[in-house]
Design a binder for this molecule. Structure first.
Ligand code: ZN
Length: 208
């Protein structure tokens, strides 16, 4: 069986970077997952719509990109529901995938998120694109570590200390090179639904 990977992009949508990433994904015929920040969906609705129109999967990444470590279950519910509402209003779609900012969640919160019907999806391989390595380095880093079934983490917005503003040039440039490199190694880029199976519980694949 062919080896498979999924690409995921966090912190968007961004009017500057998401369209460039979408262009590259289209050229490489890859369907990815975009974990969007609710506030950015509200700010850039056209970009969020384009992600959906081009057949990618949307995930919920919270409204304000707050660290959720000290949230109460009620606060997390409010934040996820509000983001859900914004995504639905803007794109007409809903999602049952949630990725917490910085991957930080307490046990009580994880349980709350699952109770709400969400699957918590982390990643298994971090591209570290936020460090601003050259795209050749990013691809080499992934090429050395990639395994069948990996979920790769990239960013289409965000920055180290704020929700947006980072330069994602290297992320954009990584996509065609990564597509070429991994395809040559026998990998196929699949959607998250395809990787995990539509009927399968998504959180089987997770780090939690
Ligand atoms: Zn994030």
């Amino acid at each position: 069986m062919q080896k498979r990977v999924v690409l995921t992009f966090d912190d968007g949508p961004s009017p500057e970077w998401t369209p460039l990433i979408l262009d590259e994904l289209k050229k490489a015929n890859i369907k990815a997952v975009f974990f969007m920040i609710g506030h950015h969906v509200q700010k850039y609705p056209e970009i969020a719509k384009r992600v959906v129109d081009e057949g990618h999967t949307i995930g919920n990444h919270g409204y304000a990109h707050s660290v959720m470590l000290y949230y109460t279950p009620a606060e997390i519910e409010q934040e996820i529901r509000y983001t859900e509402h914004v995504i639905k209003r803007v794109t007409g779609q809903t999602t049952k995938l949630f990725r917490p900012p910085k991957a930080w969640l307490r046990k009580a919160i994880k349980n709350k998120v699952k109770e709400m019907g969400y699957q918590i999806l982390l990643w298994s391989l971090n591209s570290k694109d936020w460090v601003k390595f050259n795209h050749r380095y990013i691809v080499r880093f992934i090429e050395k570590r990639v395994k069948n079934g990996d979920i790769l983490l990239f960013h289409d917005s965000g920055s180290v200390f704020s929700r947006e503003g980072a330069d994602r040039t290297q992320t954009v440039k990584s996509i065609p090179l990564l597509a070429k490199t991994l395809k040559a190694k026998g990998y196929q880029f699949v959607s998250i639904e395809e990787l995990l199976g539509v009927d399968q519980k998504l959180d089987k694949a997770l780090a939690f």
